[in-house]
Design a protein around this ligand. Sequence first.
Ligand code: PAN
Ligand code: ZN
Length: 188
Amino acid sequence: MTDQAALAPFTTLLDMELGTLDPQREVTERRLDDLRGMFLEEPEAGDSLVYRVYAIPAPATGANLLCSTTVLEPGTAGREYYMTKGHFHQVRDRAEVYLGLAGEGRLVMATEDGRHAVEPIRRGTVSYVPGGWAHRSVNVGREPLVFFAAYVGDAGHDYGTVERTGFPVLIVAGDDGPEVVANPRYRR
Ligand code: PAN
Ligand code: ZN
């Protein structure tokens, strides 16, 4: 018998604008304090909410899909837009899909050998994050950025590598909107 046998089918109601789930289960909150050291310029205020992740729990096995919504607030720290911490999957080859629901964002991805990709996130975008690509989302708009994600259940999260290396590029507020610039602190 596997965990799979213990799971009965279930349905969750997703508010496509707000990203909230009913019934609400696990909620993870990240504040500016949790992102210390990740922005080029340290933000001043310590306690602003940056994002929430609403999860649909399932056993963390390779037979399951872990699903969640992320609601990323608008804002900037220095010239950088509010963003998620970003991570590789602990099991490197595990893939993920992001479905954009509301707001305007960017999905920044990078490989350990230094390649990068930047894709849009907005209502209707379906982004494929292949295994081996670290991923971070960035809110470049004025409203909350909302997206749904599903990934292989045994993927796990490696935050440490991104904390050490950063991403090769940053998304910053330019005169005419968001710009992709090289990250001066990036090191492989
Ligand atoms: C997403 C992220 C979520 C928050 O569900 O976990 O957007 O970002 P951080 O985990 O980088 O703080 C996902 O990619 N899960 O694998
Ligand atoms: Zn992920």
